[in-house]
Design a binder for this molecule. Sequence first.
Ligand code: MN9
Length: 302
Amino acid sequence: MTALAGLYAALATPFTEDDAIDFPSLERLLEVIMQQPLDGIYVGGSTGESLLQSTGEREAILNFVARRCGGKRRLVGHVGAISTRESQRLAAVCAAAGYDAISAIPPIYFPYQPREIIGYYRDIVAAAQGVPLIVYNIPAMSGVTFAMDSLRELLETPGIIGLKQTSLDMYQTEQIRRRFPQTLILNGYDEVFLAGISTGADGGVGSTFNIMGWRYRALWQALRAGRQDEARGLQAQCNSVIDVLVRASVFPALKFILRDMGIIASARCRAPFAPVAAAFHEPLGDIARLLTREAREQGIHI
Ligand code: MN9
């Protein structure tokens, strides 16, 4: 399903100091994303802290992004929620707003049986009015590891077009590519973007695409052109940023950088996330300066 192949920024959700959604900052972030060589935006996923938001807030963000970016970039709306009902409601919102695809984590917290998880996805597809669904496979956070049999059942379900594969298990990515040659695979961990593409992914969704999307485009182009060493060098550059983010806590650190780059007003994430520890302020500030310089060299206005 190559129509949706490409690079997607996993959109962050800026908050105000009093914990409301900061729409002016969101607008500015979308402008910066749209100046980058990216194909689309993945709205309301992990990076968007969607599971820390009310359904109403999630709907407002999905609609806001569709109004600003619909028709200009491909849009994937994440609708996964604790209940099927809530996911269905969000799927209907995405359909009405013109999203190109929806996506959903598996149902979390309760230990569901495979048939219940498959049922959840089928019920979401039924509410999505023909908008195709991308399964969000993220075993480290969802606690759900799909067996190949469940994956087969899911990927053979009409309306399900592929996977957001957020896993370091490249063997599984290769197996999925081999067994389901037509399915869309979007790599989910930016630190293994090169490995994911090399193993057969059709693109990627990344939190760090918000702040250095051009590096991933260059990496992908280098790989396609057979310039392996250049591609590896670019992944190394990305990973020297990601190493710091992972140590500092990815989403608060990403927002610290976005704030320091002057794109969003506050670095705040929603509790229980805490602000970045003081020890990371200096290295994150250095990264923000470096990426600001690079972005400007790319002709991006920030
Ligand atoms: O959507 C993101 N996934 C999660 C993609 O955060 C779970 C990634 O971009 C990671 O934030 C990134 C750092 O680990 O690869």
